[in-house]
Design a protein around this ligand. Structure first.
Ligand code: NAD
Length: 342
């Protein structure tokens, strides 16, 4: 491993960032976070401290503001690598407010790259998404599938983000990996941290747990006339701690000099498509709580079906997800019960 051991996690107070910080610390890294708290709260750092025994510093800055990072860059000269999670992520909202998404997600990425150039930080792990594949028919999708048109500005910020990173690293002394997540869900087994967005939850699993606990009267299944076995959308759900560990492995891979190309991509999923109705059934079984749901219209931006081929992450990064859909639903439900007590 390189002499430098400190990792900058942007969006470290958010859902996947906070779980990744736990995994990084448990694998020997020092970490700090840069998060504007636009969709999170700093309280999550207490949960991280309880789990790991380490106090994590968060610099509250908006990375999309040009030069906002300069004062911190001088205070943190020894950064080994960056894991860039900070972004807005609501597909539907991005259709309504495209400029906010381009400013935040593309503007923020450009500033992170400026920071890397300024501080000569060699390695970057980027949070990408299966949305880069658009409406592909090539399932399970592999990393070399071409980018298809994606129906949301959010998806385009991920496609553009990857292209910008490729261009940047083609002329920079460093390496980058884009991790394309399928559907991260669940919570850390301690349930001291979990998904706690400041904005209303939109992803299926937190909507399910909020319905079960009574925060929502019922939930809507968006579209039951898709060309899938039961008509609802099919996605590939993957436990957030399995996603988190992939970041540690990807960063190690770069720091150990094992990647020859300046840019590479890996899918992170379970290689298994589950329909929305199947996930609702599984949740009812795991929690013992019946879910009141409405069959609604399709939501703009959603594709019928996508699931991953993850051979590459297994072969090259030695990544092996170890948690099942039941583990995802159990930890998400325990987390909901725990945080609703507060
Ligand atoms: N959760 C998913 O389903 C999913 C799927 C695929 C990809 N991703 C990507 O993974 C990353 C993390 O997602 P998440 O689910 O943890 O989201 P999240 O909203 O919980 O975390 C993102 C964090 O970034 C912060 N942030 C946003 N813009 C910022 C800015 N300009 N400056 C500083 N901080 C900023 C937010 O306050 C938040 O804490 C995002 O890039 C997202 O697009 C998420």
């Amino acid at each position: 491993m390189s002499k430098r051991n400190k990792v900058m996690v942007t969006g470290g107070c958010g859902y996947i960032g906070s779980h990744t910080i736990v995994d990084l610390i448990q694998n020997g890294f020092d970490v700090f976070s840069v998060d504007s708290l636009i969709n999170s709260k700093e309280e999550v750092l207490k949960g991280i401290e309880e789990i790991t025994g380490k106090k994590i510093e968060n610099y509250k800055i908006d990375l999309s503001v040009p030069g906002s990072w300069k004062a911190i860059a001088d205070r943190e000269p020894e950064i080994a690598g960056v894991i860039h999670f900070a972004a807005l992520k609501a597909v539907g909202e991005s259709v309504k407010f495209p400029l906010d998404y381009y400013k935040n997600n593309i503007g923020g990425l450009l500033e992170v790259l400026e920071w890397m150039k300024y501080s000569k930080i060699p390695d970057l792990i980027f949070s990408s998404s299966c949305t880069v594949y658009g409406n592909t028919n090539d399932l399970p999708v592999k990393e070399d599938a071409e980018f298809r048109p994606t129906s949301s500005p959010y998806g385009r910020t991920k496609q553009m983000g990857e292209l910008i990173i490729q261009d940047f690293f083609a002329g920079f002394e460093g390496k980058s990996i884009s991790l394309r997540y399928f559907n991260p869900a669940g919570a850390h087994e301690s349930v001291l941290i979990g998904e706690a967005p400041s904005n209303p939850a939109l992803n299926l699993v937190p909507v399910l747990t909020e319905t079960a606990i009574g925060k929502r009267k019922s939930m809507t299944v968006f579209g039951t006339d898709y060309p899938t076995p039961d008509g609802s959308c099919v996605r590939d759900y993957i436990h957030v701690m399995d996603i988190a560990h992939a970041h540690t492995l990807a960063l190690r891979h770069l720091l150990d000099g094992k990647q020859h190309s300046s840019f590479d991509t890996y899918n992170l999923g379970m290689e298994k498509g589950m329909s929305v109705l199947e996930v609702i059934n599984a949740f009812e079984r795991v929690s013992g709580i019946p879910i009141d749901f409405i069959r609604g219209e399709r939501r703009p931006g959603d594709i019928a079906e996508i699931y991953a081929n993850t051979r590459k992450a297994k072969d090259i990064l030695n990544w092996m997800p170890t948690r099942s859909l039941d583990d995802i639903l159990k930890t998400a439900w325990e987390w909901e019960k725990q945080r609703s007590k507060i």
